[in-house]
Every structure is written in structure tokens, then in C-alpha cells.
Design a protein around this ligand. Structure first.
Ligand code: HEM
Length: 264
């Protein structure tokens, strides 16, 4: 039983409002109101509220753990590569006479150049490691099974494109190591059955390794592949949002009934 509150002494009672008194709104309330009003303004004109809610408020299966963050970590690594790559492209010159010198200039002379080049270089290694770990998570959790086969196939294409991204980027500093390593890589591609020789001719831009090879690698690295990867990540994430993520395999042992409730 709830006891009634004791009556307030007259001094503590709120004073009645004067007829001309305006109600004071706290600054924090005003800021909140302004935020809500601007979101409403945007939603009224774009109707983006519903899709945003669809993306943000999803059911997550019981047992979701840190391994589920590997996909987002790969996405973050890709975004970091895209941002640092844009800054590098502002100074890099993809010609055989100037490529090495422009890369040296970025490292030695440009403000924060060494830092941004280092982030891009180590970021590429990190992205390759993360994408492999993410794929291993998907495989060991059985998340490639029905109805997510298409997302697995998109993932395989993303994996190949990530590797090609690392391969084409390796040539760009145009120093001895990148030059000879790329010749070895292109020759290995050439040993593939049927398509191999065509592939290595395409990568070289002819029978010989030369100026066309460098500009071709640069175009593939900074235009073709990022565009394709962005489109495929969009499709990949659409399917993740639509289908939800898979519950960890050990939850299945607890019986299908409990699991069905947790699934999206
Ligand atoms: C650029 C590369 C990639 C990015 C940015 C990416 C991003 C993501 C993200 C954010 C998720 C949701 C969270 C999670 O489960 O980790 C996810 C799920 C998934 N990814 Fe990837 N991914 C990439 C590559 C791959 C690869 C290489 C494969 C497999 C070959 C793959 C297959 C899947 C599948 C099947 C799911 C659904 C997992 C589930 O239902 O539990 N992805 N991905």
C-alpha cells in the first residue's frame, strides 16, 4: 500500500504563475527541440526516417559476440584506405619517370605525408587480414548456409577484389621491390590455365612491362576496384540487414524452439 505524501509547507510550494509570465525553457531542452525539429524537417522532405529505422533497429540473435565485429572492422579498414588514398592521390604521379619521386616526396616533404602513406600501407595489410578473419568467422559459424548463400558469393568476389587491390597498389611506389614483385606476380597469373596469358597481357597492357602497365594498375587501383567494392559492400550490407545475422552454432544445440524466437 502506498502512503500519501505529507503536505508541503507553504514556503516550498511552487508559486502560482503571474498572468504575463512566459514559461522558461531550459537551454538543453531548446537544443533537443532544435535537433528533433531538424530531423523532422529532413524526414518530411525525404521520407528517410523509415529506412533508417529499418537499418538501425534490428533484432540481434542471442549469443552475438566480438567475432561479429570483424565485418564492420573490415568495412572500417576499407573506409580508412579510401580516405588516405584520396590524400595520396593528390600528390602521386603515375608516370614511370615521376612515380618513385612523387612517392618519395610524399614521405619526406609533404606535411603528415609519411603518416598518411604509412596508414595506407599498413591499412592494406590489416584489411587483408580482417577480411580473411571475417570470412573464417562466417565459415565456422555456418553463416554461409541458406538463405545467405548469395551473400557468401558476394563476399568471395569482395575477397578477390581486396587481394587485387593490394596487388595493384604494390606496384605504385615504383621502387625496385615493387617493380620486380609485380613482374613475378603478373608472370604467376600468366601460368593460369586458358585465361592466364590473356590476364597477364591485360595487366601489362601489352606484351611488355612498361608505362602503360603503371597507369593501368593505377586506374584499376583507384577507380575500377573502389567503385566495384563500394557497390558490392552496399549489396552485402543490404542482405545482412534484410536477413539478419546468424545465431552462433552452439545455440542450435539448445533446441530449435528457443532459437526460432531469437532469429529475425
Ligand atoms: C570488403 C570486405 C567485406 C566487408 C566490408 C564485409 C562486411 C560485413 C558486415 C559488416 C557484416 C555484418 C556483421 C558481421 O557478421 O560481421 C557481414 C556479414 C557477412 N559477410 Fe561480410 N564483409 C566482407 C567480406 C566478406 C567475405 C570475404 C565473405 C565470405 C566469403 C563474407 C560473407 C559474409 C556473410 C555470409 C555474412 C552474413 C553473416 C551472418 O549472417 O552471420 N563477407 N559482412
Amino acid at each position: 500500500m502506498k502512503l500519501p505524501l505529507p503536505p508541503l509547507p507553504a514556503a516550498l510550494k511552487p508559486k502560482p504563475k503571474r498572468p504575463d509570465e512566459v514559461e522558461r525553457v531550459k537551454p538543453i531542452e531548446q537544443v533537443k527541440e532544435a535537433g528533433i525539429a531538424s530531423v523532422d524537417w529532413l524526414d518530411e522532405r525525404t521520407s528517410l526516417g523509415q529506412p533508417t529505422r529499418w537499418i538501425m533497429f534490428r533484432k540481434v540473435p542471442k549469443g552475438t559476440n566480438w567475432f561479429y565485429t570483424l565485418g564492420s572492422a573490415t568495412l572500417f579498414a576499407f573506409l580508412s584506405q579510401a580516405v588516405t588514398g584520396v590524400f595520396l592521390a593528390m600528390y602521386y604521379d603515375p608516370s614511370i619517370t615521376n612515380a618513385y619521386e612523387s612517392a618519395r616526396h610524399i614521405t619526406n616533404d609533404v606535411f603528415l605525408g609519411e603518416f598518411v602513406r604509412g596508414m595506407h600501407k599498413w591499412g592494406s595489410t590489416l584489411m587483408v587480414i580482417l577480411v580473411c578473419l571475417h570470412m573464417a568467422r562466417v565459415f565456422f559459424f555456418g553463416a554461409y548456409k541458406y538463405p545467405r548463400e548469395l551473400n557468401w558469393v558476394i563476399g568471395v568476389v569482395l575477397l578477390i577484389l581486396t587481394f587485387v587491390m593490394a596487388f595493384t597498389g604494390y606496384l605504385l611506389p615504383f621502387d625496385q621491390r615493387s617493380y620486380w614483385a609485380t613482374i613475378v606476380g603478373v608472370n604467376i597469373n600468366g601460368t593460369g590455365p586458358l585465361a592466364g596469358p590473356f590476364l597477364s597481357d591485360f595487366l601489362r597492357g601489352g606484351a611488355e612491362f612498361g608505362a602503360t602497365t603503371l597507369s593501368r594498375f593505377y586506374a584499376i587501383h583507384m577507380l575500377l576496384l573502389p567503385g566495384a567494392i563500394i557497390a558490392l559492400i552496399g549489396a552485402h550490407l543490404y542482405l545482412v540487414t534484410k536477413l539478419g545475422t546468424t545465431a552462433p552454432p552452439w545455440l542450435k544445440a539448445e533446441g530449435e524452439e528457443g532459437l526460432r524466437e531469437e532469429r529475425v
